[in-house]
Design a protein around this ligand. Structure first.
Ligand code: KIV
Length: 272
């Protein structure tokens, strides 16, 4: 059992802020279903993100834009049934919060009520100030997301590193301060230079969880299917693969097929 597991029975948004204060790094991974959530939670991962990356990983879409609020609620409710300890953060999908604060609040309430998730995440900075305040006023914790924001992919046109130029870096630093002031409990910072990410992490008291943002931040998040090596087309520099599940699974499926076709499976002990 990990130290973190012994120390915290249940992870809350306050636990994460305390972890930053104590210099304890935060681990976060994605999950979209019950079985994966049970394993991730059981391994002592602090935060489970029901990411809109489900649009890519689970549904095979090229971007995160097509996934709907109903689909996010389905994934999130499956995850919530699988956890005992982790904090479950659910992405507000594209189109469910950008047009006006009231609609954003309705979407966030649906997520909390219908999935049982513990917090929502949304992508963007100062343009979302009113949206964030409205959601927070209803008692719903909000995680921000800055840097590479995949829901805006058609605006940027590329998934390359963000905020390399001084003006974009300055805007990002201001956005982080705004999110903290507005009341967000944490911020995901995606694909920005490590030095900038470390500077942002030092400038705020809420945790900065990085993905492709170096080691000077307060925690790390990866897409579980990527770190397990189930996906093989996606090879960004920041991705560390802990398994080669694509090969392992392919071998298992090939062996099963071979056994079925040869009549080896099921054997005497595997039948009634
Ligand atoms: O949707 C997602 O999985 C995410 C992570 C990449 C941070 O937002």
């Amino acid at each position: 059992m990990s130290i973190a597991k012994k120390e915290y029975k249940r992870i809350t948004t306050k636990t994460l802020v305390d972890m930053k204060k104590n210099g304890e790094k935060i681990s976060m991974l994605t999950a979209y279903d019950y079985t994966m959530a049970r394993i991730v939670d059981g391994a002592g991962i602090d935060v489970i993100l029901v990411g809109d990356s489900a649009s890519n990983v689970m549904a095979g879409h090229e971007t995160t834009l097509p996934i709907t609020l109903d689909q996010m609620i389905y994934h999130a409710s499956s995850v919530v049934r699988g956890i005992n300890r982790s904090l479950v953060v659910v992405d507000l999908p594209f189109g469910s919060y950008q047009s006006d604060p009231k609609e954003a609040l309705r979407s966030a309430i649906r997520i909390m009520k219908e999935s049982g998730g513990h917090a929502v995440k949304l992508e963007g900075g100062k343009e979302l100030k009113e949206v964030i305040k409205r959601i927070l006023n209803a008692g719903i914790p909000v995680m921000g997301h800055l840097g590479l924001t995949p829901q805006s992919i058609y605006k940027f046109g590329t998934y390359t590193v963000r905020a390399k130029e001084a003006d974009e870096a300055q805007a990002l630093k201001e956005d982080a301060l705004m999110l903290e002031k507005a009341g967000c409990f944490a911020i995901v910072l995606e694909k920005v230079p490590a030095a900038l990410a470390a500077e942002v992490a030092k400038s705020v008291s809420i945790p900065i969880i990085g993905i492709g943002a170096g080691n000077g931040v307060d925690g790390q998040v990866l897409v579980t299917h990527d770190m397990l090596g189930m996906t093989y087309e996606f090879n960004p520099r920041f991705l560390r693969r802990y398994l080669d599940m694509y090969t392992e699974m392919t071998t298992a499926f090939e062996n099963y097929s071979k056994d079925v076709k040869s009549g080896d499976f099921p054997n005497e002990e595997e039948q009634y």
